[in-house]
Design a binder for this molecule. Sequence first.
Ligand code: GLV
Ligand code: MN
Ligand code: MN
Length: 458
Amino acid sequence: MTDGARPLPDSGTAESATSRNRTAQRPGSGAAIADRTNLGPMIMEWLHELAECSEDQVELTRRYLTPEHAKAAEIVMARMREAGMSASLDAVGNVVGRFPGRRPDARRLILGSHLDTVQNAGKYDGALGVMLPIACLKALHERGERLDYPVDVIAFGDEEGVRFQATLIGSRAVAGDFDPTLLTAVDEDGVRLHEALRAFGLDPDAVGRAAYRRDEVAGYIEVHIEQGPVLEAEGRPIGVVSSIAGATRLRAEVIGRAGHAGTVPMHLRHDALAAASEAVAAIERICLDIPGAVGTVGVLRTVSGAVNVIPGVVKFTVDVRAGSDERHQEALARIEGAFLAIAQRRGVVFDSVTTHDVRACQCSPRLMRCLGEAIEAEGFEVRELPSGAGHDAMAMAHLTEVGMLFVRCKDGISHHPAESMTEADAEVAARVLLRFLEGFDPNEGAPSDHGAAGEAPC
Ligand code: GLV
Ligand code: MN
Ligand code: MN
């Protein structure tokens, strides 16, 4: 084992090296690889390289099963192989890299996040949780080190749901929770998911093969930028996620009556856009009223709209989330009631299809504690925080215990090209993950304990 470590950079945070509490280091991890790495620069370079795979020359947009997804997958597979992993595509286009452990029969730990992006995205959402674990495993590989247990890194093909309006396709398939009716979902060009899978070189009839067995998995860990302002406001580079908000997405349509903008008097109109506007305002009012609920209309368009035509049909999307299932359901019920009232008053029809519906997800107390110990061993205080954003971890919770690390993001901005994080924070996160990996025991939290692993040691 060679010690080729370069000096550690200053993390650039309030908790600088001088205030670090090295005595918090876990017993047995004294020779931790985390002490001898400097992975931040490489992780950032890899993330910038991946961001070149975009459908648009100016904006970063990389949707599921596009040629740019294929290009990104090739890059990820190459990085995995450099890290001593085997790498291949699974049945839904996820990249799966396997890092062998000393005990091949041990249950495997899965690390990962997604490769797809929203339109005009930032470089870190999803990609960080793919590249950072590969960098950590590469550090182990280059030192000839193995963990006791095997580790898989999965770069999920679809989390954002931008192309087929159904989120988490990649992680649902891995978790064995893929709904086959999704295969007929269409993108905006009318391409069905099963056609897109075929065009990507995959067999839509084989999607079931992407699923892992419950008894072969010891847990799932996702590293992700926070996408919010809390860590930055508190001067912390890293935090542990406690829960992920439940979320529902609707594709809604208002059907009114189109007409001539000059001839139909105001009191005889059934203006679909005026009705939709009321609906948007109602969603905002209802979610303001319910603590912890958030509601967003991110897309709204008139069908065949023109300056001198009363809108006859309007299509819009609704995204409603809340940290508690009770509040989430209350928000949905009140929004439905508001749509009905607007429809009756205005003589229009509201139609909606639910395209995504997940309950709130609690992270595993055991994995949270193990991640917290790794953070303390790096000299930082543990900050637990909930996630308002959705993550692959929500789908993976159907398969195994899940834990997440949040990394500070600049100004809390995400889903936007201004999304940013520092090399120093990437380094902190890599060291925390390495410490976690070195301390993780795949025998604890057996599948039957899933979700209730309690106080078992790491
Ligand atoms: C995913 O990024 C989501 O929360 O919408
Ligand atoms: Mn996202
Ligand atoms: Mn994400």
